[in-house]
Design a protein around this ligand. Sequence first.
Ligand SMILES: Cc1cc2nc3c(=O)[nH]c(=O)nc-3n(C[C@H](O)[C@H](O)[C@H](O)COP(=O)(O)OP(=O)(O)OC[C@H]3O[C@@H](n4cnc5c(N)ncnc54)[C@H](O)[C@@H]3O)c2cc1C
Length: 367
Amino acid sequence: MFAVLPYAELLSCIDNIDPVAYARTRNYQTGSVTRLSPYISRGVVSTRFIFDRLRAAGHTWKEMEKLVQELAWRDYFQRVWQVRGPSLVEELKHPQQHIVHGEIPVAVVNAVTGIQAIDEGIFGLYREGYMHNHMRMYVASVCCNIGRAHWLQPARWMYYHLLDADWGSNACSWQWVCGAFSNKRYFANQENINRFFGTAQQHTFLDLPYEAMEHIPVPDVLSRSTPFMVDALLPASDEIASAHSEKVLLYNWYNLDPFWHKDEPCTRILLLEPEIFGRYPIAPHSVAFMLQLARAIPGLRVFTGSFAELKQYFPHARFYYKEHPWNHYDGCEEPRDWLAPGVNGWYPGFFPYWTKVSAVLQKELNV
Ligand SMILES: Cc1cc2nc3c(=O)[nH]c(=O)nc-3n(C[C@H](O)[C@H](O)[C@H](O)COP(=O)(O)OP(=O)(O)OC[C@H]3O[C@@H](n4cnc5c(N)ncnc54)[C@H](O)[C@@H]3O)c2cc1C
């Protein structure tokens, strides 16, 4: 199980990032990836915060550009989510092609695809709540482009298991792999997987030249599918004392920032809405991870119920929350952190967005 890092250790992980090694090795299973995504997705640290720490550590733009670009992918998907609305289930650019069903291949769920690295990657996801980016792309390609599943159910399956589950990054990435948010479907063959994940397999259903991959029939091993149907098991509410507290801070699955209004005398509530987790369930290890982060915030109480139900406990309060596409509260909305807050709105692709973000950051650095 993924252990939650105490804040001081998290900071030291950030300060010890070697962005040059990251740029060179990030596509390999054993590469120097940061594994910061669970903390970013849960709102403990932001992309801007990491950029500022890299800068303070003295890294030059050239050294850290690749890592900052990856952080910008995250911000980009958040912008897409903001603009395209909370559900993000409509195809963003093109309807997905070549679909034969709307479920998930059973062999993927059971980690028995026969592709050794992929099966190990899925077991790792179940065990640790984490999967390497390149492996996420392989799995999505096997589900959608080889197994010809619609992207939505497999995406929900992966989201369920990831500690870094973020519907913006998740839905946009699945759509990117299956060609709904890109102009070309993503394929990886066995040779590619062997190279980046250190296996030496041959004669698998992926052991093909790229020209052949777009046209192969669904391999037998991927032909059985199953719907993805699970529930999230949410914790019971803490005792909430009905109070005349004037300021109530709302935390949630996407905001567990330990420094938010720190030391101010506020009521702090982690709001877990069954309606949201019913649509986008998360695994017990993700619930446990969230609660560990929440318990590190002094005075925070858990409330499982709707916002309307919570309001009954605080009839005279003003609610404060951070902006997020899923929030529907009323009260005082505060902005989230961004690498470049002024670069917002709809960009049809990442690179026009990145051109603007990198210009803002380079100006800050006087590059
Ligand atoms: C099919 C698929 C599903 C995904 N689902 C999620 C998800 O639910 N939640 C999530 O946070 N990320 C998701 N990603 C993006 C990416 O895989 C993860 O952010 C990354 O693997 C996290 O590991 P890391 O922190 O070690 O990344 P690093 O490589 O160390 O990167 C540092 C940070 O940059 C950001 N980042 C890096 N690569 C990407 C990327 N391709 N897209 C967006 N941001 C990126 C992340 O915030 C990450 O923590 C998905 C990617 C794919 C292909």
